[in-house]
Design a protein around this ligand. Structure first.
Ligand code: G1P
Length: 914
């Protein structure tokens, strides 16, 4: 046999205008999977060989839960078998022992993947056997927990063939916890029912960490041939299907073409691993003739209403309609933002990036093969950063989301970490090791500021919300012995009432408390970790200099916001919890901010004044004085950082030290053993105001020199060369992987965003472009279109689909690159497009929502397309000239002009650049 190179190094290519792409021989790249999901809670993933999983949550997996290695090593996957008389068994999914053995031979199947928003199709043909299968998978949009696969078999040979098809989907039907913990015992709980269309399992009890209780959830696999013909029999028990000594990739029932169970409806068997094994009738296929089958995977909270399910999903015609509905649904969602630049492929790629924040809303950080952890929830910082993209894509729902999220803030400025299913539901964690992520308090203001800029809704700041409390207080340094769960998780006043404060009060607390919570170098303590979850071993003496910069910038921006609030609304005073005056020291007696002891003592006074409860008394403070206090604190931080945390390099450039470790040593610098530098250390001083303008070129030079790697892009850090037990577990990872020196997209995009913000457009463009090129370089990245969490040492894209970097990239494209941004409700146009981004006609267009109106902003350049050489010359709104209001950044279009436009239509803003 000749070995052939059937690989797909050249990668996918886009075939349509809604992100559709195709890929030859997709199964010849490992780790590939595609998400299929709906708003009803069905969460699936599917690989080129139809491996993957289908679940509606941590405790309700229909197929066995898996990790990315199982995609090639486990045989328990969706399958669709064809027994061809005289020729034997063939898997239409390409998943049989024989096909695996042929993988590198010339006789292996021809295969091609096509996919789009959100559908997945693999066409596979065995020239040897003269048969082709086209399998299309979707999770229909809507509320049903259902996944569908349509299989079309075609005789591609010259002679008639006799086929016997069998669908085989392992029905795991229980909690992910049972994979290791009593997998066998929990199979004894299975109650397996067969009916005319398929196999259903409703385990009698569920045994998992929630205790032993009666189970109601039911799981099923059903099928039809053509327009509704039922299967002729079933293989409901896995061990009977595979046979003694058999396996799921060479099952005896198929290989020997054994007869299925026909049996009565009702209970079939109890206490075995189940299988959605459906045998369809034996049929003759003439050359060119096809037959189609639909297989339905369903999860229900009670026994499944099978007639209802079949009426909705059980025919080829229904499938065709649902497929089109799905395409339209997802296209609508993603196309709320559209880009048109000089690079069509990059624009199509952005569609997948735009989809990613929605995927994270639906999957959380779990349930895709790389995301083999967690129980579906999202962490606090992800919650807030995912809102950045939602503000652009689904702005209508974000106000209440933000308002609800603030209910998670504790009175010590920290926050709840277990986020419930319902908006605003935060759960007290009674068992957990107390831990505070010191970055958490910084994100809400960033997101809220974007909301205020997009909407102009300053009233939001004055709206009231409760606070969270549990047994942890003083940023987890103390336990509140008086707290018990029955008392609830709302902060109370000393008289036992639920205390509420304004959103502004919540934000102030989150940013003021850290100001005082400093370590021995007067930077904010690292506590449990910061953005980098892996910096978790410096809780006593570690300091995050970079987040000190972030908090400093927040304090500054808050002071500006308060002055704006005063100007715009005439508001002269703020009502705040009386205990907070301790944090606004300059109103009474200014503290010496150089004194670490003074800061810590002040914080202790505050903790003592608000010990997991407040008096309930509010004080009225002059808004201008509060603004001044914040500005003083911010200025102190900026001076402190510029003076003390700048690393001057022997190469003439320099950068900001980002951290101190648990021995109190400065982490970054040029040491004898090598350079230690982090990208994170640079991003937050750049993103806000801590880095002085003249420092920026030095930082850029140092990043290029120390962190840019030609093969994998901008690394998160240099090689520290050891496990760093005084800093965090991240350094236990091999260098070049994940949080230790990989190209970590989230930080790289924020770096790009910061460069654009600070006017370093060419540099920012280079950063964003590197992300695109690395992700789209299939030969190395081996991922479908989209942005990965990180690019590893090999150049492979890892943890595809669910990453906060997608939100940041989308935000950066809209607000920085295309410069379509809000300014307290008005629209500011500040394009930062570079030459290559204009098409041949000199045009670059973005479609996006602003002021609840759908806008198409079309920039046309008549002169130079080089950034810095053009400015906005004129603006036409739906053909009519707009009087230009120039500000230093660009052009402002008042919200009132946009709000006067009719809703539900696309409005064209033609912006001439010259
Ligand atoms: C992930 C987490 C994020 C964390 C980051 C670094 O990033 O979701 O909260 O800050 O790792 O530890 P993501 O996958 O969102 O890119």
């Amino acid at each position: 046999m000749i070995a052939v190179e059937k690989t797909s190094k050249s990668g996918w290519e886009f075939t349509g205008t809604n992100g559709e792409f195709k890929l030859k021989y997709p199964e010849r790249s490992s780790f590939l999977y595609f998400p299929l999901v709906n708003e009803g809670g069905m969460m699936s993933s599917v690989t080129p060989n139809l491996h993957g999983q289908a679940t509606s949550g941590h405790n309700t997996f229909l197929t066995p839960p898996l990790s990315v290695e199982d995609l090639h090593n486990s045989r328990a996957s969706r399958n669709f078998w064809v027994y061809i008389e005289g020729k034997g068994a063939w898997s239409a999914a390409g998943n049989s022992a024989r096909q695996h053995a042929q993988a590198y031979e010339s006789t292996s199947d021809e295969s091609e993947l096509e996919a789009g928003l959100l559908w997945h199709r693999v066409t596979r043909e065995s020239r040897e056997l003269g048969i082709k299968a086209q399998i299309t998978s979707i999770v229909p949009c809507g509320q049903d927990k259902v996944e569908l696969m349509q299989v079309v078999l075609t005789n591609t040979g010259a002679a008639e063939i006799i086929i016997t098809p069998t669908a085989a989907i392992p029905l795991y039907a229980r909690s992910a916890d049972d994979l290791r913990d009593h997998r066998h015992v929990t199979s004894l709980l299975n109650r397996i029912y067969i009916s005319a269309h398929g196999v259903e399992v409703q385990p009698a009890l569920s045994f998992d960490e929630r205790g032993h209780r009666v189970n109601h959830t039911s799981y099923g696999v059903f099928g039809v041939e053509g327009e509704g013909r039922t299967p002729v029999g079933f293989f409901p028990v896995q061990e009977e299907f595979i046979g003694e000594g058999g396996s799921l990739d060479w099952p005896e029932a198929v290989v020997r073409n054994l007869a299925p169970q026909t049996g009565e409806e009702g209970v079939h068997k109890e206490g075995y691993e189940a299988l959605g094994g459906l045998r369809f009738s034996t049929a003759s296929l003439l050359p060119g003739e096809s037959r189609s089958y639909v297989v339905i995977l369903a999860i229900e909270s009670e026994r499944i209403d099978i007639p209802g399910l079949m009426a909705k999903y059980g025919s080829a015609a229904a499938f065709d309609v649902l497929l089109e509905e799905n395409k339209a649904f997802w296209a609508d969602k993603v196309n709320t933002v559209e880009f048109h630049t000089g690079d069509h492929a990059a624009d199509q790629w952005m569609k997948w990036v735009t989809l990613q924040p929605v995927l994270r809303r639906l999957y959380g950080n779990s349930f895709l093969p790389y995301h083999d952890y967690g129980r579906g929830g999202r962490g606090w910082r992800d919650l807030w950063q995912d809102c950045l993209a939602l503000l652009i894509m689904e702005p209508a729902d974000v106000r209440s989301l933000l308002l609800n999220n603030y209910a998670g803030v504790r009175i010590d400025g920290s926050n709840a970490t277990i986020i419930g299913q319902q908006p605003g539901e935060f759960i007290a964690d009674r068992n957990n090791i107390p831990r505070v992520w010191m970055d958490h308090g910084a994100w809400p203001f960033l997101t809220t500021m974007l909301y205020l800029d997009q909407s102009g809704d300053l009233d939001f700041l004055l709206q009231e919300q409760s606070y969270f409390r549990d047994s942890f207080m003083s940023r987890c340094r103390e336990r509140d012995a008086s707290w018990d769960a029955a008392g609830g998780s709302h902060l109370q006043t000393s008289t036992g009432e639920t205390y509420k404060g304004t959103i502004l009060e919540h934000i102030l607390l989150q940013n003021l408390v850290p100001f005082f919570n400093v370590g021995e170098h007067n930077n904010i303590l690292l506590e449990g970790a910061d953005w980098n979850d892996g910096l978790d071993m410096a809780a006593q003496r570690g300091e995050s200099v970079t987040f000190t910069a972030f908090y400093g910038s927040n304090l500054y921006d808050l002071s500006v916001l308060l002055r704006t609030l005063q100007e715009r609304t005439g508001l002269e005073s703020l009502e705040l919890a009386e205990e907070m005056t301790l944090l606004l020291d300059t109103l009474e007696k200014s503290l010496n901010y150089e004194s670490i002891i003074a800061k810590r003592e002040q914080l202790n006074l505050y903790y003592a004044a608000a010990p997991n409860k407040v008096s309930g008394v509010k004080v009225t403070l002059p808004i201008a004085k509060v603004a001044d206090d914040l500005a003083k604190k911010a200025e102190w931080i900026f001076n402190h950082l510029r003076r003390n945390e700048w690393v001057q390099s022997d190469h003439g450039d320099g950068w900001f030290n980002g951290y101190y470790n648990n021995d109190g040593d400065r982490v970054e610098g040029e040491h004898a053993e090598g350079v230690r530098m982090t990208l994170t250390g640079q991003v937050f001083p750049l993103l806000g105001h801590a880095a002085a303008p003249e420092q920026i070129p030095h930082i850029v030079a140092a990043v290029e020199r120390n962190l840019l790697d030609d093969n994998i892009g901008y690394r998160l850090n240099t090689n520290f060369g050891g496990i760093q037990q005084n800093l965090g577990r991240a350094f236990g990872f091999a260098f070049g992987h994940k949080e230790n020196g990989a190209m970590f997209s989230h930080m790289t995009v924020m770096y790009g965003n910061a460069l654009y913000k600070r006017g370093f457009v060419q540099e920012g463009r280079k950063v964003l472009d590197s992300l695109y090129k690395l992700s789209a370089n299939f030969e190395l990245s081996r991922m479908y279109p989209g942005i990965p969490e990180y690019i590893n040492e090999q150049g492979r894209g890892m943890y595809t689909y669910l990453t906060g970097s997608a939100s940041w990239l989308l935000l950066t494209m809209v607000t920085e690159v295309f410069g379509v941004k809000g300014r307290l409700g008005d629209l500011l146009l500040q394009p930062k497009l570079v030459k290559e981004q204009f098409d041949e006609q000199g045009k670059a267009t973005i479609k996006t929502i602003f002021a609840e109106r759908m806008l198409e902003v079309a920039y046309t350049s008549t002169g130079s397309r080089k950034y810095g050489e053009y400015e906005i010359h004129s603006v036409l709104l739906n053909g009519a000239e707009v009087t230009l209001q120039r500000v230093s950044e660009g052009i402002v279009i008042p919200r009132s002009i946009l709000r006067a436009l009719p809703e539900g239509e696309l409005h064209l803003l033609q912006v001439a650049l010259a």
